[in-house]
Design a protein around this ligand. Structure first.
Ligand SMILES: [Zn+2]
Ligand SMILES: [Zn+2]
Length: 263
């Protein structure tokens, strides 16, 4: 792939990768991805225990950026400290978004009130700091759309990451100017409906990601995922849009740079 058409892994958990295939070295995992055409990595924080770690990691590499936020499935009993998220987001220019935050009623419907409160608090931080939001959403269509619509009206933009919901939900987020990001799930055999949605989402509003170490794409399914395999995700998008891999790389990287302000 040419230098103008490099890929961006818009959502990876670099602090959680299984580095065994890379001799225990994150340097080598990143190098393998670069060799595979990946030029930018957005490393996602999920709770108070790794907020600082992902920021430090981003400061070590020119091509890694970080987010600051708390995942919706984080222990609802654990303390939630929005001022720490906000402070961490301002601690380095390498923090490019708030998240991942959002709503997941698939695994923990009973924590809905806590999830809503935490999601809203993080949308508030994004609005105050003028940062985009990385949103995790599962089986929470109405609540997610209501909140992102309200905050979009106040200038907040973002991405629905690892998208697995309906085209109807995607369409409403796209209408708000938001982005949709797809992971290796789109390559899974049982994901025919999702592939129909991928085909409808315009490349001008799409990102690609690995969500590594989870969700390794076909033909690596079952292995621990790493950013090098974002190429398999982009390949699948190219097939569904009947275009070249280079086109998907160029557009999704342009989108990631635009949304997150990556250089
Ligand atoms: Zn997620
Ligand atoms: Zn994630």
């Amino acid at each position: 792939m040419s230098i103008h058409a490099s890929l961006t892994d818009s959502h990876c958990h670099l602090d959680k990768l299984d580095l065994t295939p890379f001799g225990g070295s994150l340097d080598r995992a990143l190098e393998a991805a670069r060799q595979n055409g990946v030029s930018r990595f957005v490393c996602i924080s999920v709770d108070h225990s790794n907020l600082r770690e992902v920021c430090e990691l981003a400061e070590q590499y020119d091509d890694v950026w970080a987010t600051s936020g708390i995942h919706p499935l984080t222990d609802a009993e654990a303390p939630f400290e929005p001022e720490i998220i906000e402070h961490q987001a301002q601690s380095t220019s390498k923090v490019v978004a708030i998240g991942e935050c959002g709503l997941d009623y698939h695994y923990k419907p009973e924590t809905r009130p806590v999830q809503l409160e935490r999601f809203e608090a993080q949308l508030d931080i994004a609005r105050r700091l003028g940062l985009p939001v990385v949103v995790h959403t599962r089986d929470a269509v109405d609540d997610t759309l209501a909140l992102i619509r309200r905050y979009a009206g106040q200038g907040v933009r973002g991405v629905l990451h690892c998208f697995t919901e309906s085209w109807e939900m995607a369409r409403q987020a796209l209408d708000l100017g938001w982005y949709i990001s797809f992971s290796g799930i789109i390559t899974f055999r049982n994901a025919a409906d999702l592939r129909e949605t991928v085909a409808k989402v315009p490349l001008g509003q799409m990102l690609v990601e690995t969500d590594s170490p989870w969700l390794a794409p076909v033909p690596h399914r079952g292995q621990s995922n790493s950013p090098q395999w974002v190429r398999e995700v982009a390949d699948c998008v190219a097939r569904l849009h009947d275009c070249a891999l280079e086109d998907v790389a160029e557009l999704t990287t342009r989108n990631a740079c635009e949304l997150f302000g990556l250089s």
